[in-house]
Design a protein around this ligand. Structure first.
Ligand code: PLP
Length: 476
């Protein structure tokens, strides 16, 4: 319980009466709410610097006027029914934020989805957080706290050294990146990494190429620097690289599992892109958000693993392998770029969550994270099969390629289908899906659905597809 900010007005009249008026004013303003318990009379007296009997007299007066009620042994409460009290809202709707000031109209327009308990999420980027190893997390946090006060103080804006070392070792082993801790910045999720990469690289007016079918939150982070985004074509193999426009400062892309289509950029395109970027001084912002979930053949190494020219910024995240709520991502880049991003970070975030970073370093160090990834990969591969079968059965007109990796099916639909309307009907039936327009740079209607298979166990996936089929558009 916090002490109310009580003051006693100077003025005529007995002190108890003025204290009572002060309390009544707090109730009328809504700072003391109906049903709220007041601090004890001794504490009130102390904070006001008056005798306790004076406070007791004030409380008795307010009780007599019907503002307060006393429950023996429990305390004094604001009464529950105060019909004539309309607390002034903190910021009434429609009011200027600060008098004379209006928020600029061009705010980033990113809807954040939330999944209610009854909603079945067929959403592409959602992992199954119910499978996160809660006991191991608790143990790791406890061990991290015991490491001493260092984890609770101000620290390195690049992240806790132990985690940067563990991540560097993981990325050397799994993604072939020839790096050490000095190439790593730990961020709160990939989103902050993308934002900081944009801040470090871009100036207002710079031109940045993005996949015409792609990830809107990254575009918003890039555009926040004042850069101009131009859409680059994407085909069945991912980003088309043989007709890149001149004058690009950077390209943002998802080569491993193209977002949202999940295709892997072929080796020839990767080489051509790296050559182009090195020759023309174009930075490549590689978003490798779900690298670990590849089910077929050998894992393909990221662009950054073959980057001889120092042009790639490689962004990753533990959101998909562990849980988005942990907010743990990273950027791999040449040390001067890491340094620049760290400086920008100090402006908006100072540093990351040193305790959480230390705990995750423990999990990486003792092999828990790789074990969890192997387990989830098996589970997601099985769910991919279940969703594929369910969609084939219930939505035979949906055209898709079974993805070699990722967490979603990209379903192309007949051109006459209004995918947005279908997604809205599905939502009314308790199923969340994303329609193609959400991923198109132009925002135009796009007859496609992205169906995620990671978040739900088999029977729920089947139920979600059945509900989707029950509100499918009439075809043929
Ligand atoms: C393509 C892509 N990049 C980045 C992210 C960001 O992940 P986070 O900020 O949770 O680490 C996501 C999450 O959905 C994603 O789909």
């Amino acid at each position: 319980m916090f002490r109310p900010l009580l003051t006693v007005e100077e003025g005529p009249g007995p002190l108890a009466g003025r204290i009572g008026q002060g309390l009544a004013l707090e109730i009328r303003r809504g700072r003391l709410r109906p049903g709220e318990r007041l601090p004890g009379s001794r504490r009130l007296a102390e904070s006001l610097g008056v005798h306790r009997n004076t406070v007791l007299a004030a409380l008795r007066g307010l009780e007599a006027e019907g503002w307060l009620r006393t429950e023996p042994g429990r305390g004094t409460f604001v009464v529950d029914d105060l019909p004539d009290v309309a607390p002034a809202p903190f910021a009434p709707p429609g009011a200027a934020v600060v008098p004379g000031y209006a928020l600029p109209p061009a705010l980033p327009d990113l809807a954040w989805s939330s999944t209610g308990p009854t909603l079945l999420p067929l959403l592409g980027g959602l992992p199954d957080v119910s499978a996160a190893p809660a006991d191991a997390l608790v143990r790791a946090w406890r061990r991290a706290l015991r490491r001493g006060p260092g984890v609770l103080g101000y620290g390195d804006p690049r992240g806790v050294r132990a985690l940067r070392e563990e991540l560097a070792a993981m990325l050397r082993a799994l993604r072939g990146l020839p790096i050490d801790a000095d190439h790593v910045l730990v961020t709160r999720g990939a989103q902050l990494g993308l934002y900081l990469a944009a801040r470090a690289l871009l100036r207002p007016g710079d031109v940045v190429g993005v996949e015409a079918l792609g990830y809107r939150p990254a575009w918003a982070a890039l555009a926040a620097t004042g850069a101009r985004l131009v859409p680059l074509p994407v085909d069945a193999d991912g980003l088309v690289v043989d007709a890149l426009p001149a004058g690009l400062r950077a390209i943002y892309l998802t080569p491993h599992h193209q977002y949202p289509t999940t295709v892997t950029l072929p080796a020839a395109r990767r080489l051509a892109l790296l050559q182009h970027a090195t020759a023309h001084g174009v930075a490549l912002i590689e978003d490798d958000y779900d690298h670990e979930f590849h089910y077929e053949g050998r894992p393909v190494l990221p662009l950054a693993s073959a980057d001889a020219g120092g042009v790639v910024l490689h962004c990753g995240t533990l959101s998909k392998v562990f849980a988005p709520g942990l907010r743990l991502g990273y950027v791999v880049a040449p040390p001067p770029v890491i340094e620049a991003m760290a400086r920008w970070r100090t402006v908006i975030d100072r540093q990351g969550d040193a305790l959480g970073e230390t705990a995750i370093a423990e999990l990486l160090g003792d092999g828990e994270l790789p074990r969890h990834i192997r387990r989830m990969r098996r589970i997601y591969q099985e769910r991919r099969g279940i969703l594929v079968e369910a969609v084939r059965r219930a939505l035979p007109f949906a055209d898709f390629t079974v993805p070699a990796g990722g967490m979603a099916l990209w379903c192309r639909l007949p051109p006459e289908v209004d995918a947005d309307a279908w997604a809205a009907r599905a939502l009314a039936r308790g199923v969340a899906v994303q329609a193609g327009s959400r991923f198109l740079f132009s925002g135009e209607p796009c007859p496609a659905l992205r169906l995620g298979f990671a978040a739900l166990p088999g029977p729920k996936l089947e139920e979600a597809v059945a509900r989707l089929a029950a509100c499918a558009p009439p075809l043929g």
